[in-house]
Ligand binder design. Structure first.
Ligand SMILES: NC(=O)c1ccc[n+]([C@@H]2O[C@H](COP(=O)([O-])OP(=O)(O)OC[C@H]3O[C@@H](n4cnc5c(N)ncnc54)[C@H](OP(=O)(O)O)[C@@H]3O)[C@@H](O)[C@H]2O)c1
Length: 263
């Protein structure tokens, strides 16, 4: 087996389900010590019992700076190094902008965007020492936008803008920065999405159910890290056509998206 990952240490957020869980399990299988962070302890313990002792469970909330700093400290104090941060925790929405409480926007930005700043602030010095990796799970919705996701799309665009800027600043220090832009993936993403008043949407969208598996997505992410790619797009053909149109014919894409089902 390829030895690239063996002996390294990563922090992965949002590790209790979906993409983050699959990434944690794959890294652990490749010999990485993984500080797997999320709020739901039971699910993290289930991950550890399935993926083995390379998983270091850390219960924490990415909207709290102290928790993010503690996750980094745990990685360094337990293994003596930090080779990568994969910020994956995130929450989506299903609601029209005109009906959505402003607090829903703030909550989405805290989870999806500001958390990245905490990891950058507390983790960068360690990642510089290993010439390691800073990666974040954005979305195709960080490249173009659909209806009923205004806050989510804004947060993912913000994440990409931030990382595209810091990449230029830290490239000379040998740190690899990667933006992950998945299309539809079969996870709890829509179930956990927020509605206009902040309550959970609670339903599995048909598009997500027909998307890539978390395992397929994790494989693309690990390959991107190993080959120090700038961007990866784990997505189906439809989302990739959307990406192409967003760049070369955005008005045509608008005409398609205005008619397409958003749930
Ligand atoms: N599924 C898709 O189609 C899709 C497409 C593009 C991008 N994405 C992105 O992929 C990432 C992973 O989502 P997923 O699809 O795997 O959905 P998911 O199954 O709902 O997983 C979300 C993860 O984030 C964690 N999380 C949420 N809020 C958190 C907080 N405040 N602190 C710590 N952890 C938190 C959740 O754990 P706890 O609840 O236990 O804390 C869970 O582990 C997200 O950033 C999402 O936007 C997903």
């Amino acid at each position: 087996m390829n030895k690239f990952f063996k002996g390294k240490t990563f922090v992965v957020t949002g590790a209790s389900s979906g993409i983050g869980r699959a990434v944690s399990a794959r890294l652990a299988k490749r010999g990485v010590k993984v500080v797997s962070m999320a709020r739901t302890l039971k699910k993290l313990e289930a991950l550890k019992s399935q993926a083995g002792p390379n998983i270091i469970v850390f219960q924490g909330d990415v909207t709290r700076e102290d928790d993010c700093r503690s996750a980094i400290e745990l990685a360094v104090s337990t293994t003596g190094r930090l080779d990568g941060i994969i910020h994956n925790a995130g929450v989506s929405m299903r609601a029209l902008a005109e009906e959505t409480d402003i607090q829903v926007y703030r909550d989405i930005m805290e989870t999806n965007f500001f958390s990245m700043l905490y990891f950058f602030k507390h983790g960068l010095q360690h990642v510089i020492k290993t010439k390691g990796h800073i990666a974040a799970v954005s979305s195709m919705m960080g490249r173009y936008s659909t209806q009923e996701r205004s806050g989510y799309n804004a947060s993912k665009h913000a994440l990409q803008g931030y990382l595209n800027s810091v990449r230029l600043e830290i490239m000379k220090k040998g740190v690899h920065v990667m933006v992950i832009s998945p299309g539809f993936v079969q996870t709890e993403n829509s179930v956990n999405a927020l509605t206009a008043d902040g309550s959970r949407y609670g339903k599995m969208d048909r598009a997500l159910a027909g998307g890539l598996t978390p395992g397929q997505t994790a494989a693309v992410i690990l390959d991107g890290i190993e080959h120090r790619k700038r961007d990866v797009f784990p997505a189906g053909l439809k989302e990739k056509i959307g990406l192409f149109l967003s760049k070369w014919a955005p008005s045509v894409l608008d005409k398609v998206l205005i008619k397409s089902k958003v749930k």
